[in-house]
Design a protein around this ligand. Structure first.
Ligand SMILES: [Mg+2]
Length: 445
């Protein structure tokens, strides 16, 4: 093999190929050419390809390596392919489930986030912040207030939800790949300003879960799925909370029964829209609506009725399952013992489980908790059991929720969108001096 033919990550040493440690930084030369998107399978395959490109881009940025600009062209082509479906037939953006069935889709998340990423990579961070500042009202005021709120603090725990908090809501979980700018802002803050950064999401951990949609560098965040019932620590070791085997059998029966609904033509769309069908550890979720409200209300309510009936047939006394209907998703969660009998496992229980496995020193603040819905409040309540030195940033336009959070935690900031939260965190980290401590390998900051 001549020197010009060898792969970029292989050196020749005495005639032998030596693989360099830079291999993991190489961005695969995937040519995402313009392609038709006609099915969910096409959509999810295309979005998975963007993750394969985005992930090493982030890795290179954090290792202070300049990356190959060709990869930006692939991201642009991914966007153009999606625009082709979305804008050409704007009134009826159709994705086909099979030859007989199709649903309307909202691809605005996918298109917008790809556009932001290419802008970020081509124009740099200052121009990018200027660009997104035009997308939101009072962006500058919110960011200035946020920087003052964080006040250069170094947090012990940074406990955050993902969807709706650090990530804009996406119509389809499987295609909600984390954008590059998002990962850079978040991981920079996590690495420089916090000791224990933790995502706690109600989505599964893997198959298909939070680790499949994230592009943060490895070993920066602890990822917890199923509300914290399962998590991956910084050594990539997986932990799972105890589940009563008898309850597990009931959950398996429920999974089988709900899965069968996909065979009914009028119900199969629920396996593709919004969160889709997600089998989690100790929990099952099926979407009944997506963020664009593309499912007619009567069909959405009919699914809720169907699922509720199945749950009552398997668990007539209501001791095994709790049903939580968010309006978008039906979550069926295995109960745990609470002070007043059986209760659903919440993100506060998840945080305590994580703390029981890897000591988070919850008594030592300050901590920062970020969320966007009432289901994130238990994380805040759990931390407040250990110390009052807690800060909360909630992403919401719901005044009742905002009041509730502020009542619980005096150090509360409310912001209207994930991008504003990301900008506050990303910019705050720029003015922070690095503390001594173990950081993820390859993280240059
Ligand atoms: Mg959320």
């Amino acid at each position: 093999m001549s020197n010009t033919e060898r792969p970029a990550t292989v050196f020749l040493e005495k005639g032998q190929g030596v693989i360099l440690p830079t291999k993991e930084y190489s961005i695969p030369d995937i040519d995402i050419s313009l392609q038709p998107i006609r099915s969910f399978k096409d959509l999810f395959r295309l979005k998975a390809l963007t993750r394969i490109i985005r992930s090493p881009i982030v890795k290179n940025i954090f290792a202070a390596r300049v990356f190959n600009l060709r990869s930006i062209e692939s991201l642009k082509n991914a966007r153009r392919s999606l625009e082709d479906v979305y804008y050409r037939d704007y009134e009826t953006s159709i994705i086909h489930i099979d030859d007989m069935h199709s649903v309307n889709v909202d691809l605005s998340y996918e298109i917008r986030e790809l556009k932001k990423d290419t802008y970020y990579l081509e124009h740099g961070e200052d121009c990018f912040i200027n660009y997104i500042s035009k997308l939101y009202n009072k962006f500058d005021q919110h960011v200035a207030k946020g920087l003052e709120f964080l006040d250069g603090l170094h947090f012990n725990c940074f406990i955050t939800d993902r969807d709706g908090t650090t990530n804009n809501y996406c119509g389809h979980y499987r295609s909600s790949i984390q954008p590059v700018y998002n990962a850079v802002f978040l991981s920079r803050f996590a690495s420089l300003c916090t000791e224990h950064p933790i995502f706690i999401t109600s989505a599964p951990l893997k198959n298909f879960g939070i680790i499949d949609v994230s592009v943060n560098p490895d070993n920066v965040f602890i990822y917890a799925g199923s509300k914290g019932r399962e998590f991956l620590d910084l050594d990539l070791c997986e932990h799972r909370a105890f589940i009563d085997p008898l309850k597990q059998v009931k959950l398996e029966e429920l999974t089988r029964r709900v899965s069968e609904l996909e065979k009914k033509p009028e119900l199969e769309k629920f396996f593709y829209v919004g969160s889709g069908f997600q089998l989690k550890f100790g929990q099952l979720t099926i979407a009944r609506q997506d963020v664009a409200n593309s499912v007619p209300e009567e069909e959405s309510v009919a699914l809720l009725g169907n699922v509720t009936n199945i749950v009552h047939e398997i668990d007539p006394g209501g001791a095994v399952f709790k049903i939580i209907d968010t309006g978008k998703d039906i979550e069926i969660i295995l109960t745990v013992d609470g002070d007043n009998g059986a209760k659903d496992f919440d993100k506060g229980d998840g945080l305590k489980f994580i703390d029981s496995c890897i000591d988070l020193h919850l008594g030592e603040g300050p901590h920062l908790v970020c969320g966007d819905t009432v289901s994130d409040i238990p994380m805040l309540e759990a931390v407040l059991e250990y110390t009052d030195d807690v800060y909360a940033i909630f992403v919401t336009r719901d005044t009742d929720l905002a009041k509730k959070v502020a009542h619980l935690c005096p150090n509360t900031l409310i912001v209207p969108s994930p991008d504003i939260l990301l900008t506050i965190l990303g910019v705050a980290a720029l003015s922070t001096k690095r503390k001594k401590g173990c950081k993820a390998p390859g993280v240059f900051l």
